[in-house]
Design a binder for this molecule. Structure first.
Ligand code: ACM
Length: 279
């Protein structure tokens, strides 16, 4: 199986221009890629000037030009795609990821951990960390700043994810690119971080998209500034082998009865700063 990322700059507020950019990258040799991951908020762009701009650039999943476009690409190329998506659900916006294939929409994930001004536009995810079986593998999705929270990666792993697709618009230089391979190593699965490039107003995005294997090795890393497609051949069997030594298993050796603090909001009241959600 081959998995990849498409690293580029979606155009804020111009979906047609974004799809044009995707088209021109897809014309490159895709080397028989089976699963392709696109950046966060790919149908809208990221750094909204106002709530109105976030709203106007959102789409309902069931009536989305972008979702239909991606499904057509999947049909043409016998491909699955995970993409970031500015999702409108009645009067609420979510920073979501969608999984589509040749037969249509397969699943969605709504970002759990919102970053900076995202809190003014989006409601935090309310559907947990789902995984989706596409036959050849089981796929989980997390989005950008979720990389900071190991609990989410472990839940996807416990649910059987072989690959976690990670649409991103990273702005803190190099941090996620160091942290994500550790999540791959600790959970023994593949991760594709599809980051974007370019700048929107005061934010510059860091590119350097990666594919990490269950040993924490990088199979592929993109440039920090160029639009490009990265593809790697993977072995799903490696992600399904959770045996660490002949007496240690990643899941069977866990001690959840000793981890109960992890499900309490903030047991010792630690932390600082404002975290409020605007809308
Ligand atoms: C981010 O979560 N877009 C940094």
């Amino acid at each position: 199986m081959k998995i990849g990322f498409l690293q580029f700059a979606p155009v804020l507020g111009d979906l047609r221009a974004t799809m044009h950019r995707i088209d021109s990258l897809l014309q490159e040799n895709m080397e028989g890629c089976d699963l392709l991951v696109l950046p966060e908020l790919c149908n809208s762009g990221y750094n909204f000037q106002s709530y109105e701009q976030a709203w106007e650039t959102s789409e309902p999943i069931e009536d989305s030009i972008f979702v239909r476009y991606l499904i057509n690409k999947c049909r043409e190329r016998n491909l699955h795609v995970v993409s970031g998506f500015n999702e409108r659900d009645r009067d609420t916006l979510y920073n979501s990821a969608i999984l589509v294939g040749p037969h249509g929409l397969i699943g969605t994930y709504r970002k759990l951990h919102l970053f900076l001004n995202e809190k003014d536009f989006f409601r935090p995810g309310n559907q947990g960390v789902p995984v989706f079986d596409i036959g050849s593998c089981i796929i989980g999705m997390l989005i950008c700043f979720d990389w900071t929270f190991p609990e989410a990666w472990r839940i996807a792993a416990l649910k059987g994810a072989d690959i976690i697709c990670h649409p991103s618009n990273l702005v803190l230089p190099g941090l996620a690119q160091r942290g994500v391979p550790i999540h791959a190593l600790l959970n023994r699965l593949y991760i594709v971080t599809a980051n974007r490039i370019g700048a929107e107003r005061d934010l510059s995005f860091t590119g350097s998209s990666i594919i990490a294997n269950p040993r924490g090795d990088l199979l592929c890393q993109a440039s920090p500034i160029k639009a490009e497609v990265g593809i790697a051949e993977i072995d799903i069997g490696l992600a399904r082998d959770k045996q660490i030594t002949d007496r240690n298993d990643l899941f069977k050796d866990r001690r959840p009865e000793e981890y109960s603090l992890l499900t309490e909001p903030n047991p010792f009241g630690r932390g600082s700063g404002r975290t409020g959600h605007g809308k």
